[in-house]
Design a protein around this ligand. Structure first.
Ligand SMILES: CC(C)(COP(=O)(O)OP(=O)(O)OC[C@H]1O[C@@H](n2cnc3c(N)ncnc32)[C@H](O)[C@@H]1OP(=O)(O)O)[C@@H](O)C(=O)NCCC(=O)NCCS
Length: 205
């Protein structure tokens, strides 16, 4: 619950998206030219990895406006604000500038220092540890730069790859909600996974 003293408020606001680098990856704000690549993997069928996404997925003809809204997510200041990063392979990974996925951060409650993260990677690069590496950089941003107290991820419980990623990040499964989301006219369950700042620091001491 929020309180007047704001004793747990996020200390790193306002925050403007900046590039983040890891050993093998570059995370940078989405750009207009990323639309086609993002569309190539954000589909529910075929090569698409969106089968278990709890948010809307758009066909190419309807994708430009929602993509522009995601591209505009570059600043965190108020509850509901978000950041979307494109994840590029760095040069020594044999793919300078190649976008392999995207990562998101949403400000759920500044007063309570609660932040949500999300991730989508191209299936051609699954199983190489890139999602783990990018997600660790995102958690570092949340805890070290923004000052989050708790970071959550919301998953479709059938999404085993994403649940495994949460496990390896140290995010525990805290709750399973029955028919809590309406996706493509069907009610689906969702699970909340979370990690606290002290737990993250203990893992990365
Ligand atoms: C969820 C998702 C991002 C996970 O991607 P991924 O490619 O499986 O993730 P990673 O490669 O980082 O890690 C997975 C495996 O790679 C292995 N791996 C291989 N090389 C590795 C390395 N150098 N470092 C770490 N892990 C490595 C890990 O052991 C891990 O295996 P395990 O999970 O069986 O233990 C991906 O499946 C995806 O995009 N799914 C569709 C979109 C989606 O559902 N998003 C979530 C919405 S909530």
């Amino acid at each position: 619950m929020s309180n007047d003293a704001h004793t747990t408020a996020l200390t790193g606001l306002p925050y403007e998206a900046e590039q983040l680098t890891t050993d093998r990856l570059l995370l940078r704000p989405l750009m207009e030219e990323d639309l086609e690549t993002a569309q190539s993997y954000r589909q529910r069928e075929g090569v698409g990895v969106a089968r278990y996404l709890l948010w809307e997925v758009h066909e190419r003809e309807q994708a430009e406006e929602p993509f522009a809204r995601r591209r505009a997510r570059r600043r965190l200041e108020r509850d509901g604000d978000g950041l979307v990063f494109a994840v590029e392979l760095r040069g020594d990974e044999g793919g300078a500038g190649r976008v392999i996925g995207d990562m998101s951060v949403f400000l759920k409650s500044a007063a309570d220092a609660q932040v949500e993260v999300g991730w989508v990677f191209h299936p051609a690069v699954h199983g190489r540890g890139y999602a783990t590496e990018a997600a660790e950089a995102l958690l570092r941003l949340c805890f070290d730069t923004l000052g989050a107290h708790r970071v959550v991820a919301e998953l479709d419980p059938r999404n085993e790859a994403s649940a495994r990623l949460c496990d390896s990040l140290g995010m525990r499964r805290e709750g399973h909600y029955i028919e809590s989301a309406l996706v493509d006219d069907a009610w689906v369950d969702s699970c909340i996974h979370a990690i606290l700042d002290r737990e993250f620091r203990a893992l990365h001491a």
